[in-house]
Design a protein around this ligand. Structure first.
Ligand SMILES: NC(=O)c1ccc[n+]([C@@H]2O[C@H](COP(=O)([O-])OP(=O)(O)OC[C@H]3O[C@@H](n4cnc5c(N)ncnc54)[C@H](O)[C@@H]3O)[C@@H](O)[C@H]2O)c1
Length: 667
């Protein structure tokens, strides 16, 4: 019946049938739940229901099999919800599931997808402890990751290690290595590897023949005759490559594909030879992977986290105003600054609700905070996207907030120039949503995270609150627009508003509980401290300092670096001093500019590493000097930066980085 209801997409009726089955003491089997979970995951596209069902199984006196468990892991990896995959994996023993090689293969693939290669490799050592042995699929995911990142030699090393473990390479392994070699323009080696496949007992398949990359490479290298050879082998192998277990229709499809492929290559050669035009693969598919709705994804996480959270049973406390307790909503509390602010607020006895969509933040940071403050009614985490006005409104209607610290934002200048609309949505439009919800639910205080990027390139230094704001990139412009919206709104509102414009934030919790852990994929947009640490850790070969001819003492740019501990102190002081119907705008910086050279020297001392520095020409758009005048915040909020020794701030941050080489992943 459930299958039939699912076919008609009547998913809500499924719930009813389930409830009746339970009332009638139906004996549930693992197979029943497996199908139900698959229905939620595949047909209904409702992954959070699938997970909920998995966790509900013991309540029906039915323990999930490894097959059911692995299906859920697999579904989550396909939907790129690694954080949730990890949560589910950790719950295996409590669900009575025995892990198998297939489960580890899913995890290895997921970790690779999320750029956590070291974690994936470490599973190779974890597997034998769980009485599972890696197989060719395990190694394939790892090799594929390396090849995609231009490390084909390392992939060959891994292949050797695999073969030493008596695991034979299959066609997929060859395909991965061939495409890796092509990617590195090592066409001759790729060609030789291709030729060695059949003698080694591995028949090429249609994937082997997809040589569009090779085509580009060959053209670049002028190896047109070699390309012809590839094509003739494609055609000659039509029958040799026919695996016995294939259905005739599959073989026909592959042959047709091969024919098209080789025709396309030959045509490409002719076009290239005659016109010298650039090669472009017109069949390249748009990258739609990963566009799955984040909302559904992380709602799941919310379910799990809330279930594990000590505050889960105490939701009521969060929904009532309590005399003597200030309940602060921290948006973006799983991020770098938001998590440090939450720690400080909790330490100062505030009640905190974090709302984050974990697009950039770390669940690990929230877990650290939950462990530090496990008492009911102290901290709750809600997964939500601030772009979802309905969800935001629901959060405000179910919780009694006294104040909001709005940190959540995408916050990389470089990225904002490439994806401006994302920045206007995420920063400007989401601030409007938060503000509307605050107004609708009568939340009285807003502390807003703004930035010195709203000033652009001021004519005079230092920057005061009165310095004209002329932002020059979408990030700065989006923040300035958000500021304007808040200011216009406050003209006719009793809301107490504080706008804090931070300069460059560095450092981490002096007690080493929290740190800065941006996603690996954001490294390229990263900030200077992250780059210094990456260089010290050998993740990148060295630092590139752009511009040594600025009109500054040592020729490099000057910036104002503010320690995160001081920054969150400014927030608490702002919250304390916020007055109804008033707006306070403050620069939060040290008031001292430090050159990039000084910064790098401090970083070398803090890390003890000899960081290689390349001095390059200026980057267009960088301005020579930016530093704040913090007199206003000093005079009005009695705030002064205390952690002004660059080396000390960087040493603290470095300690955390060293102790957490994989960020919160290994925390
Ligand atoms: N780090 C700096 O040097 C710096 C300087 C000036 C201003 N700021 C501002 O401080 C704030 C925090 O920055 P950070 O360095 O901690 O960044 P971060 O990326 O570490 O944290 C931002 C957090 O917001 C969350 N988030 C993003 N979009 C969201 C959405 N739509 N819904 C829910 N959550 C969402 C992310 O998941 C992340 O946890 C930002 O507003 C940023 O513009 C930062």
């Amino acid at each position: 019946m459930i299958d039939r209801l699912a076919c008609c997409r009547k998913f809500s009726d499924v719930e009813e049938v389930l409830a009746r089955a339970r009332a009638e003491r139906f004996r549930f089997s693992d197979e029943f739940f497996y199908r139900l979970i698959k229905m939620y995951g595949n047909v209904a596209n409702h992954p959070e229901k699938a997970i909920e069902t998995l966790f509900a199984m013991p309540g029906y006196n039915c323990w999930p099999s490894t097959k059911t468990f692995n299906y859920v892991l697999h579904m989550l990896v396909c939907k790129r919800q690694y954080e949730v995959v990890h949560e589910v994996y950790l719950s295996a023993s409590s669900l009575g599931v025995t892990l198998d090689t297939c489960c580890f293969n899913i995890l290895v693939k997921g970790l690779c997808q999320f750029g956590k290669f070291d974690d994936a490799i470490s599973l190779l050592y974890e597997m034998p402890k769980q009485r599972c042995l890696p197989n060719v699929t395990t190694y394939s995911s790892l090799m594929s990751f390396l090849c995609q990142r231009g490390q084909v030699d390392k992939a060959f090393e891994l292949c050797e290690r695999m073969q030493k473990e008596n695991i034979a390479a299959d066609t997929i392994v060859y395909n991965i290595l061939i495409s890796g070699l092509c990617r590195e323009q090592r066409v001759t080696e790729a060609f030789n590897l291709f030729k060695s496949m059949v003698p080694e007992g591995c028949y090429p398949n249609s994937g082997t023949y997809q040589m569009s990359r090779a085509l580009g490479v060959c053209r670049a290298a002028g190896h047109v005759s070699m390309l012809m050879n590839w094509c003739s082998i494609c055609n000659a192998n039509k029958t040799a490559s026919q695996p016995l277990h294939m259905r005739p229709s599959q073989c026909a499809a592959i042959h047709q594909h091969m024919q098209q492929e080789s025709d396309r290559l030959l045509n490409g050669v002719l076009v290239l030879e005659s016109s010298g035009m650039d090669f472009s693969d017109s069949r390249r598919k748009p990258n739609v992977v990963g566009k799955f709705t984040v909302a559904a994804a992380l709602t799941v996480m919310c379910i799990i986290v809330l279930k594990q959270s000590p505050g889960f049973s105490s939701t009521d406390v969060f929904s009532l105003h309590e005399i003597g307790v200030t309940h602060v909503l921290v948006t973006g509390g799983a991020g770098y600054i938001g998590s440090h602010a939450t720690l400080r607020l909790l330490r100062d006895n505030y009640r905190v609700t974090i709302v984050d969509n974990l697009s950039r933040g770390n669940m690990g940071a929230v877990r650290v905070l939950q462990r530090l403050f496990p008492e009911p009614g102290r901290l709750q985490f809600i997964y939500a996207d601030l772009g979802d006005a309905k969800a935001v409104n629901k959060i405000f209607s179910e919780n009694a907030f006294d104040a909001v610290m709005h940190f959540a934002a995408v916050a990389y200048v470089g990225e904002s120039t490439m994806e401006p609309l994302r920045y206007y949505h995420n920063i400007t439009s989401n601030t409007l949503t938060v503000l509307e919800a605050m107004a609708a639910h009568n939340v009285k205080t807003l502390i807003y995270s703004s930035t010195c990027a709203t000033f652009g390139e001021p004519d005079t230094m230092p920057i005061t609150e009165a310095t004209p704001q002329n932002p020059i990139n979408p990030y700065g412009k989006a923040k300035k627009m958000a500021e304007d919206i808040i200011l216009d709104f406050s003209k006719r509102s009793e809301m107490a508003v504080m706008i804090l414009r931070y300069f460059n934030v560095i450092g981490s919790d002096p007690e080493g509980r929290l740190g800065e852990a941006p996603r690996p994929e954001l490294r390229e947009h990263g900030r200077i401290s992250g780059a210094c640490f990456d260089a010290a850790l050998g993740i990148i070969p060295g630092l590139k300092v752009r511009g040594t001819d600025y009109p500054t003492a040592d020729g490099t740019c000057i910036r104002d670096y503010i320690d995160v501990t001081d920054l969150v102190d400014a927030h608490v002081k702002a919250l304390d001093k916020a007055q109804p119907g008033k707006v306070g705008i403050y620069n939060v910086g040290t008031g001292h500019g430090r050159s990039v050279k000084e910064f790098v020297e401090a970083c070398k001392k803090a890390t003890g590493a000899s960081i290689k520095v390349d001095f390059l020409t200026r980057r267009p758009g960088d301005y020579a000097e930016v530093y704040s005048d913090p007199s206003k915040i000093h005079d009005e909020l009695n705030w002064t930066a205390r952690y002004t020794d660059l080396r000390e701030s960087l040493s603290t941050a470095w300690k955390w980085q060293k102790a957490h080489p994989n960020g919160y992943g290994s925390a």
